[in-house]
Design a protein around this ligand. Structure first.
Ligand SMILES: C[S@@+](CC[C@H](N)C(=O)[O-])C[C@H]1O[C@@H](n2cnc3c(N)ncnc32)[C@H](O)[C@@H]1O
Length: 223
């Protein structure tokens, strides 16, 4: 079940001139298992993705950050009714969100595959972990909130690490024009395919950005 909230105005990205990288869209759909229902992620993709983002790291913050950059994730937290103490932002890049997320949660950690991105993290970034989101160094069920902004969806690992009542915060800063983009429906389908159980979402827009907060449906919930 997907609940759609009214959109709100927002300040759009200043990177309109950049070309959507179709290869990253292709990889996004492979990882989410958009075709066959089973995600694909192997050493070759790890190398390709890490090399790409290492190369983009030096200019990432200056080309992506703008005053409204964090409005979508903040709106998702507020109108998506996100609560919790332990939060991982995975694929955090240079941690542009940190200025608005620090202090909101008791434990807020950022992780990324690319050491290049983390090594360019903004001032005030949370503790940083360089790791692959397909196999996180976390115990089962420890995360109250997993924030994925313009990041791939490793559905089985999300399910493993998320607390029973935890949630995924999914943000695409440029909506469908974001290279690493999945619709809210596709996020739900990927999680349901990986887990065999029902998930629910609330979704909205902030300017051109889209967000979804996705949770497991309560057991025995009516569809
Ligand atoms: C499009 S960037 C988004 C960065 C940041 N979330 C933002 O919106 O500014 C995608 C990020 O995900 C990271 N990433 C890609 N695959 C990953 C993986 N398997 N595990 C962890 N991070 C990954 C990349 O290195 C990159 O920093």
């Amino acid at each position: 079940m997907i609940e759609e909230l009214p959109g709100v105005d927002g300040v759009d990205e200043g990177t309109r001139g950049t070309v959507v990288n179709h290869r990253m869209r292709e990889v996004t759909e492979l990882v989410a298992g958009a075709d066959a229902g089973v995600g694909v992620w192997d050493d070759s993709l790890v190398g390709e993705v890490r090399t790409l983002f290492d190369s983009l790291a030096p200019d990432w913050t200056t080309t992506r950050d703008h005053p409204g950059r964090n409005a979508p994730v903040l709106d998702a937290l507020d109108r998506g009714a996100v609560v919790g103490r332990t939060v991982l932002e995975l694929g955090a890049g240079t941690c542009i969100s940190a200025r608005d997320l620090q202090g909101r949660f008791d434990r807020y950690v950022a992780a990324d595959l690319s050491w290049g991105m983390l090594s360019h993290a903004v001032d005030g970034a949370p503790p940083l972990v360089c790791t692959d989101g397909s196999a996180l160094p976390l115990a089962d069920g420890v995360l109250d909130v997993l924030i994925l902004q313009n990041m791939f969806l490793f559905a089985a690992e999300v399910d493993r690490c998320l607390a029973v009542d935890g949630c995924v915060v999914w943000v695409n800063s440029r909506g469908p024009e974001t290279p690493i983009h999945l619709s809210c429906e596709a996020v739900v389908v990927s999680l349901e395919s990986a887990t065999g159980s029902e998930w629910r979402a609330v979704t909205s827009t902030v300017g051109e950005a889209t967000w979804a907060v996705v949770r497991r449906a309560p057991r025995n919930a009516a569809r």
